[in-house]
Design a protein. Structure first.
Length: 352
């Protein structure tokens, strides 16, 4: 299959851009796949109400088909068709956080095929704020199932070039809308349990959600490598976000972390390995790696979240074999950062 790549400027969706989006919408309505930008990461979209489209998404990503997809909508009205009912908390959250980086899980209606929900009776729903995404959803008939637009297991794509790398020849079209804003996937909250439960941390934090809903619980498996419990979000059990080389997180006092990592870097150089470190702007000068990447200032979680996946991809591009990362606070957006970083490292953590 030839993959068409089209560039659209989110801030200037002109006639030409609308033509492209109509064409992309027709591809999806006809059962094809289109990768597109959202404010979180790039999505790999197909018609959420067409079981064949969902099967194609799993095949294109190499994703296990028991890992459900998120259904993307452009307005509240559309949701009524795909759920049994919208709980009160759903209205509250939508009012404050939609369109935006929050996914809500509700009981599904018969309109949603089990292929889309990985066999579950619940459906995950999100209304993205990216204008290209919103217009594409309208052009595609209102319901786009879209996981992140990467090959399963790799870091989620924050730029179109990474979709091209992973999905060329596997999808009909890739829409290049530039670098994404947030850089981490949406927060997922399950509204089907008595107490709403966060299944995946993201830009919208536990603190944000608790403030609005009162009692909110967090799936225990989010940061815990040793938990025997199965994650409530089926996808979270799979290896995820992993760079090609070996990544270890080093935790502890900043000086000691630098000493430990520099010691390991020295050994690695002796073995001819290419090395990388994920550091902060404060600590970067401490490291002697081949490549030191600054995720951001330690005080700026949004910046760190924004840069994390692209740093992991850059290490792949630069063929780095051995990587170390500093650890980050696991409060606020830090919970999402640490969740992704721990998975990328296969939960390899050294405490010094
Ligand atoms: P991705 O598409 O890569 O952003 O991943 C989507 C995530 O949403 C996966 O971790 C899924 O397990 C989770 N998810 C989607 N639908 C449901 C659902 N109905 N119940 C629980 N988790 C879900
Ligand atoms: Mg993903």
């Amino acid at each position: 299959m030839d993959t068409i790549v089209e560039v659209i400027d989110e801030e200037n969706i002109d006639e030409g851009a609308l033509e492209v989006l109509k064409k992309a919408g027709s591809i999806i309505k006809d059962g094809g796949l289109v990768a597109f930008p959202t404010e979180t990461v790039y999505g790999l979209g197909g018609d959420a109400l067409n079981p064949q489209s969902s099967m194609k998404i799993y095949a294109a990503k190499g994703r296990p088909s028991d890992n459900p997809l998120i259904v993307h909508v452009a307005d509240m009205e559309s949701i009524k068709k795909i759920v049994k009912e919208i709980p009160d908390a759903g209205y509250k959250l939508a009012e404050k956080y939609w369109p935006g980086p929050l996914t809500m899980i509700m009981n599904k209606s018969d309109a949603v095929p089990y292929e889309t929900t990985g066999g579950l009776d619940t459906v995950a729903i999100r209304m993205p704020s990216n204008k290209i995404a919103a217009e594409l959803i309208r052009c595609a008939g209102g319901y786009i199932a879209a996981p992140s637009a990467n090959i399963s297991g790799r870091p989620s794509p924050t730029e179109a070039k990474y979709c091209v790398e992973d999905l060329s020849g596997r999808v009909e079209m890739i829409i290049d809308g530039g670098a994404v804003g947030i850089g981490l996937e949406s927060t997922i909250i399950d509204l089907t349990s008595d107490v709403p439960m966060i299944l995946r941390p993201g830009y919208i934090t536990k603190e944000n959600l608790t403030e609005l809903l009162g009692d909110v619980s967090v799936d225990k498996t989010i940061l815990d490598a040793n938990s025997k419990a199965a994650p409530k979000a089926p996808g979270m059990k799979y290896r995820h976000y992993a760079p090609k080389g070996d990544l270890t997180i080093v935790e502890g006092d900043s000086q000691k972390v630098a000493e430990y990592i520099n010691g390991e870097l020295k050994k690695a150089k002796g073995q001819g390995l290419k090395t990388g470190v994920i550091a902060t702007s404060e600590s970067a000068p401490l490291y002697n790696a081949d490549i030191v990447k600054i995720a951001g200032s330690r005080d700026d979680e949004e910046e760190i979240a924004h840069n994390l996946f692209s740093i992991l991809r850059q290490f792949d591009d630069e063929e780095v074999n051995l990587m170390f990362s500093e650890s980050f606070d696991d409060t606020g957006i830090g919970q999402a950062i640490m969740n992704r970083l721990l998975k990328a490292a296969g939960h390899k953590v050294v405490r010094v």
